[in-house]
Design a protein around this ligand. Sequence first.
Ligand code: NDP
Length: 444
Amino acid sequence: MSYVDEVIAQVVEKNPAQPEFHQAVKEVLESLRVVVEANEEKFRKDALLERLVNPERQFMFRVPWVDDNGQVQVNTGYRVQFNSAIGPYKGGLRLHPSVNLGIIKFLGFEQIFKNSLTGLPIGGGKGGSDFDPKGKSDREVMAFCQSFMTELCKYIGADTDVPAGDIGTGAREIGYMFGQYKRIRGVYEGVLTGKGLSYGGSLARTEATGYGLLYITKEMLKSNDIDIAGKTIAVSGAGNVAIYAIQKAQQMGAKVVTCSDSTGWVYDPDGIDVAALKEIKEVKRARLTEYKNYRPNSEYHEGKGVWTVKVDIALPCATQNELDLEDAKALVANGVIAVCEGANMPTTLEATQYLQENKVYFVPGKAANAGGVATSALEMSQNSERLSWTFEEVDAKLQNIMVNIFHNLDDAAKKYGFEGNYVVGANIAGFEKVVDAMTAQGIC
Ligand code: NDP
């Protein structure tokens, strides 16, 4: 059995009931096969892949809090510190009922390569809880966040592990967590990113993941002699990533005709109205059913369906495994040119293969959505300097980073004979730097 297959089999055996983690490891290791085979003897001797797939450290803890009825609730908190070869652990905190250890490990594992691809000195980690902020009062959210941070604060710090937002963790939650960290640890430091502007946040962090997705999509299309202006785009999701992806796509002259939430989706033939979407999702925290009140020409459909619309480009920006083989077939039948992932692992393995076999340009999330974490790292730099950069400065750095990421992964794909395969390119480019640092630091 090859070394890659052996390690995949070990991961499946040792981590039962963690299908998302298995999926992420398979996807990464399969595409690293060529590099691993070229260095098999050394990597085996150093147990390099075994070290890569085992987190350096992982914490699971009880999070008790009191709801508005005086009832004590108990959630489970997680923080997985996966790999610190190239810098302090960095990765978001997901608050969603679906959160379990396997999901946090899949996200943390992916984060290692994503962070490496940014070219910035940040290692990989991820955390969160099965707490659902939806439908909770502000006081309940604060009670949860304070309890969560009371335990988490023992393991994190500006030079060790710097969490950020993710699904369910927005500015409000980061604020409550930061306040509690400061109160317990007694230090004012950049321990979290995604902070509010009045206490150390970075301009352009809110927009960064969505904007970054469009910067890399544009660069990828340009290098294939395609202009993004005039293209029709389907976006899924209606959260942070989706909203700013839609905004930037429109600024680039493309037309975005869809968005979705967990109950339904919108088709707006005239192009999504970003101001309306922001008001519904960011201000009212309401459902997309409301969109029709703002745009009578639009259609609202219950359930799933964004990928059935005829578009040139698809940008999945909601959640993992939201674009499956059926969806990929529908997109290809409708002549899609490119799929670039705003969310983490939104496309199933089968769907990715089908898209690639059908010559659809496919940029994986670990590259395409790296703008968020890259800007978080820029927030860390500003906190360390005790300075704040302007929106334009941060945005210019973000653009540079995304363009560089594309060329790094494109070059890596070409170097190993996989021209145009951006999944292989992203994994190899991310992996090479991490391996180099792990090797230099000895067996640890
Ligand atoms: P948000 O919570 O802001 O938004 C998520 C959106 O996706 C919501 O509109 C949600 O709907 C929708 N959604 C969730 N589950 C489903 C589903 N099963 N079907 C359809 N829609 C669904 O999260 P973000 O925008 O921050 O994150 C989206 C993705 O991007 C995640 O995978 C995240 O890990 C990834 N990501 C985010 C980064 C960031 O900076 N924010 C950085 C890098 C990656 P509803 O409103 O009903 O909940």
